[in-house]
Design a protein around this ligand. Structure first.
Ligand code: IPM
Ligand code: MN
Length: 371
């Protein structure tokens, strides 16, 4: 038996998660395990009613689960950034989910906007560092003078900045990015381990030609880790260049490892070349703790409750979740059943079909059960 926490969240979140749990239950039935789902009411609605985002109690409860199945958050009534930082990023940091794993793979039968590229050409994994870089959330806006103590507190380390800032500009803003040796090393090592089980190539993506300190450290660590894996080829790319290569030669990539912010950006590009946001899953992984699996798209409030949202990204995220729980066979079966549903034309409108969210899930579930 597995116990999994569920946060449907906002907008289409609850519908796509209902589709996902339906499929994972079918996988459990087929492969002989049971999942006990525990729903958590976390999201915009609760925030608007009671002003809380993520409480200490939520964190303590969630910490008892090996995995969280997460829909989406985001609501037009809430100022941008509040839910993202207060819920999603707060969970990634609190549970030290230091890997953001994003498979970029063109499934059979899916259209890519890249001419002359097929499933064999688009099949790589982005390992995005998930706790550092410009996501640490420290910075300030000011006029004149200011003295600030800024800190980043992590399980792995903490950093404090005492800053005296003085400026005669009308207003300035600054944001500090932090990269640590141990923080980069664990993400980079994870990427090499992953490549060792795949096509044995790791590409580092950074901007060490301009942000020479933060990404200079990243590169040093990358080179150090690479030396431990003589059988895995490694290379460096600058982030601007990699956006060209993802489009022109996606077949070059096997595992791409990158600091947090570039990882955020290039995985949306990755989502497009794999057929769109409706097909892109992500895992926020702490190999020894509570991990979280989610579609990388948002809450799409205007489609809420219509039953038309594409559940594939969420179901695929469910496959990553099963993999994390040690159910490799079931995880693989979910992914092949997704491909089957595409071949059968049981897809939502964004993929040129007319099936509803639950109909897609039911078809995938039935495929798994009859496999
Ligand atoms: C993602 C999202 C988040 C991020 C936002 C919602 C905070 O874009 O998961 O990629 O920037 O990491
Ligand atoms: Mn993003």
């Amino acid at each position: 038996m597995h116990r999994v926490a569920v946060i449907g969240g906002d907008g289409i979140g609850p519908e796509i998660i209902a589709a996902g749990t339906r499929v994972l239950d079918a996988a459990g039935e087929r492969f002989g395990f049971n999942i006990e789902w525990q729903a958590f009411d976390i999201g915009a609605e609760r925030y608007l009613e009671s002003g809380v985002l993520l409480t200490e109690d939520d964190l303590a409860d969630l910490a008892r689960y090996p995995a969280i199945y997460f829909g989406a958050i985001g609501d037009n009534r809430v100022k941008p950034g509040v839910l993202e930082k207060g819920i999603l990023l707060a969970m990634r940091f609190a549970f030290d989910q230091y890997i953001n794993l994003r498979p970029i793979r063109l499934l059979r039968g899916v259209q890519t906007p890249l001419a002359q590229k097929g499933p064999g050409d688009i099949d790589f994994v982005v390992v995005r560092e998930n706790t550092e870089d410009f996501y640490v959330g420290i910075g300030s806006r000011l006029q004149g003078k200011e003295r600030r103590e800024l800190e980043v507190i992590r399980n792995l380390y903490s950093v404090r900045f005492g800053l005296d800032v003085e400026s005669d500009a009308d207003e300035i803003a600054y944001q500090i990015g932090v990269v640590s040796r141990e923080g980069s090393e664990r993400a980079i090592r994870y990427a090499f381990e992953c490549a060792a089980r795949r096509r044995k190539k790791v590409t580092s993506v950074d901007k060490a030609n301009v942000l020479t300190d933060v990404y200079g450290l990243w590169r040093d660590v990358f080179s150090g880790v690479a030396a431990d894996y003589p059988d895995v080829e490694h290379e460096f790319n600058f982030v601007d260049a990699v956006t060209m290569w993802f489009v022109k030669n996606p077949e070059w990539f096997d595992v791409v490892v990158t600091p947090n912010m570039f990882g955020d950006i290039i995985t949306d590009l990755g989502a497009m070349i794999q057929g769109g946001l409706g097909l892109a899953p992500g895992g926020n992984i702490n190999p020894n703790g509570t991990s979280m699996f989610e579609p990388i798209h948002g809450s799409a409030p205007k489609y809420r409750g219509l039953g038309v949202a594409n559940p594939v990204a969420t179901i695929w995220a469910g496959s990553l979740l099963l993999d994390h729980l040690g159910e490799q066979e079931a995880a693989a079966a979910v992914l092949s059943a997704i491909e089957r549903s595409i071949a059968d034309g049981v897809v939502t409108k964004d993929m040129g079909g007319s099936a509803g969210t639950m109909a897609v899930a039911e078809h995938i579930a039935a495929t798994i059960l009859s496999s």
